[in-house]
Design a protein around this ligand. Structure first.
Ligand code: AHG
Ligand code: MN
Ligand code: MN
Length: 345
């Protein structure tokens, strides 16, 4: 019989990869796994109990907040607070950073950035949602916790991951030693290793973008979309368009199957919609570790210098070959490429 490796066992086995590690990061990852199970329980109940609908408040982005966003936020803050390894949290649902002041966290060294519930507009319609997290070392754990501590570049992450609450629930994470995916077995309540050493295909046949915003896109993005729609046997075009509207779910599919996800700047939102610290950086860290790339259309996401907790950035992420092609269009260096299937054009 095949040996089942649980998330807990895997984390402990991997700890020996870090010669000086004292198990702190392992315990932090365990805490995230616990919070994920609690959120999963509520997501699955969402159709049964009166937890659906608006909560009646707005978050810092001015978006309507659903009850489950708040619940998920509270679970992550509570689990990280009682785990003892987290100094502070930057969350989509809190305007300011959340310092952790529990007695067990006195010597905590880690900072966590989190989107506790991603894709919240999909909750009411039973479509996959997710959680995204990013872990940094506090630059000076003896100094008072400050926002500046959170404004580290994505390249300095020590770990990142996401949970997808889909047709099954999965937790995918990396500590720079490969990307590994664990599927929750509800019968035993454990995440079990199901996708070891995940790799993003160098190219794919899917593009994900909210084409409803087409008129507001930069010229390079409009032209790249046309390129995706051209018939070309050699590159398997036209590509297939797939857009779920939950970043985690769109990302997860493209990671497994190959593809590109784009949320560009628009005439209305020059920095796009997605947040650098707790959406783009963690997914960029994962995709690079899996062999893909992530850019803002011009430069590597992981090298952007954050200036505020909730800042946004355009995002082009997925298979390396597809992101490179989209960047060519953004530079305007694609010239000569036929953009429609019509040979006369
Ligand atoms: P959140 O639910 O955390 O606010 O994130 C929603 C994000 C992301 O999940 C998704 O890719 C994007 O919003 C969809 O935006 P559009 O509806 O503008 O396409
Ligand atoms: Mn989100
Ligand atoms: Mn969210």
């Amino acid at each position: 019989m095949k040996r089942v490796i649980t998330l807990g066992q895997f984390i402990i086995e991997r700890q020996s990869d870090f010669p000086y590690a004292k198990g702190e990061l392992s315990r932090l990852l365990r805490d995230i796994g616990i919070a994920a199970k609690l959120v999963n329980r509520e997501v699955n109940k969402a159709g049964l109990v009166d937890i659906l609908g608006e909560h009646g408040t707005t978050n810092i982005q001015g978006e309507r907040v659903k009850k489950l966003d708040i619940y998920a936020n509270e679970q992550f803050i509570a689990a990280l607070g009682s785990g003892g390894e987290t100094r502070g949290i930057a969350s989509e649902e809190n305007d300011e950073l959340v310092p952790i002041t529990t007695a067990v966290s006195k010597n905590a060294k880690y900072l966590v950035c989190v989107d506790p519930l991603d894709g919240s507009s999909n909750i009411d319609v039973n479509v996959s949602v997710g959680t995204v997290f990013s872990i940094y070392r506090s630059t000076d754990s003896s100094a008072p916790l400050s926002e500046a501590d959170f404004l580290q570049k994505g390249v300095d992450q020590v770990a990142a991951g996401y949970v997808i609450y889909g047709s099954s629930t999965m937790l995918v994470y990396t500590t720079r030693r490969g990307v590994n995916g664990f599927t929750l077995d509800p019968s035993i309540g454990e995440f079990c290793l199901s996708h070891p050493d995940m790799k993003c295909p160098e190219t794919g046949t899917m593009y994900s973008i909210n084409e409803g915003n087409y008129a507001r896109f930069p010229e390079g993005v409009k032209q790249y979309i046309k390129y995706c729609q051209v018939e070309d046997d050699a590159t398997d075009r036209p590509y297939t368009s797939r857009y779920i509207g939950s970043l985690v779910a769109d990302f997860h599919r493209n990671l497994l199957m190959g593809g590109i996800f784009i949320y560009p700047s628009t005439a209305k939102s020059p920095q796009g919609k997605l947040r650098l610290l707790y959406e783009c950086n963690p997914l960029a860290f994962l995709i690079e570790e899996a062999g893909g790339t992530a850019s803002d259309g011009h430069q590597r996401i992981l090298e952007l210098t954050p200036t505020s907790l909730h800042q946004r950035t355009p995002l082009f992420i997925g298979s390396a070959g597809m992101v490179a092609k989209a960047e060519e269009f953004m530079r305007g260096s694609h010239r000569g490429e036929p953009l429609t299937g019509d040979p006369a054009s």
